[in-house]
Design a protein around this ligand. Sequence first.
Ligand SMILES: Nc1ncnc2c1ncn2[C@@H]1O[C@H](COP(=O)(O)OP(=O)(O)OP(=O)(O)O)[C@@H](O)[C@H]1O
Ligand SMILES: [Mg+2]
Length: 287
Amino acid sequence: MTQRTTTQTPTDRTDDRPTNEQATDAEPATDRSGSVADPVIESRDLDVYYGDDQALQNISFEIPEQQVTALIGPSGCGKSTFLRSINRMNDLIDVARVEGDLFFRGKNVYDDDVDPVALRRKIGMVFQKPNPFPKSIYDNVAYGLRVQGEDDGDLDEQVHTALERAALLDEVEGQLDTSGLELSGGQQQRLCIARAIAPDPEVILMDEPASALDPVATSKIEDLVEELAEEYTVVIVTHNMQQAARISDKTAVFLTGGRLVEFDDTDKIFENPEHDRVEDYITGKFG
Ligand SMILES: Nc1ncnc2c1ncn2[C@@H]1O[C@H](COP(=O)(O)OP(=O)(O)OP(=O)(O)O)[C@@H](O)[C@H]1O
Ligand SMILES: [Mg+2]
């Protein structure tokens, strides 16, 4: 395990924080910032490669507990790659290779003794396109619990609780035997969220969870994300700047080349970012 930097709250930062000019290839912008008070996830000098191509370069920052952290940046800058490195979904991509450290509650998830399947129960994931299994609503939610061997008689209760937390129960109660595929897109996405939270994870990763949905369904997902952060740590990728500004507490801005350019309180990023390139991105000048 590599040495970790000392914890520093955002207000501890001093004037020696890297400026635009200093943020060169040799000295990544996130070297001295990126620390939070209660980190659940800590990325330290994380590099990810697909074959010879490097998708993420030297990513260092910390994700705080029970808050919403948004990952934003132009297409191809490595947001999904970073999300997948957290729960080792990149393991499923043959050519993907990870260097550096990714800690979950202080334990490096890439240590030999970490079981990726168990890790993914603690760090669940929701994808852009709702992907319910071709099974009943009930079985979709019960799936993770059965895999986990927790079918101990409380299954009904656990399924109901997960559907309730995912703000779907009211709409599907009494029809839990119908196929998940018969639900609307927005309902399917909340079903996928119910499936992800049923095993009681600590972290929920969401990769553009509302981008395939209409405004009403999107707003339901946004409300839900904020509610989920009362119990879970949420990391969400979005291309929607307003959405990031509305629902997240912290924002990490990735830019082309797979670099993290700035990480800070969401208000700071959107009102007064340190880097011109971040300002240009969030005001829509590029990307
Ligand atoms: N399975 C893969 N095999 C090879 N290269 C990949 C793979 N997945 C992603 N990449 C490459 O890694 C880089 C980062 O991709 P990634 O999907 O993480 O970006 P992103 O920020 O999520 O983009 P988008 O906003 O379009 O979803 C890109 O250059 C992409 O082509
Ligand atoms: Mg992506």
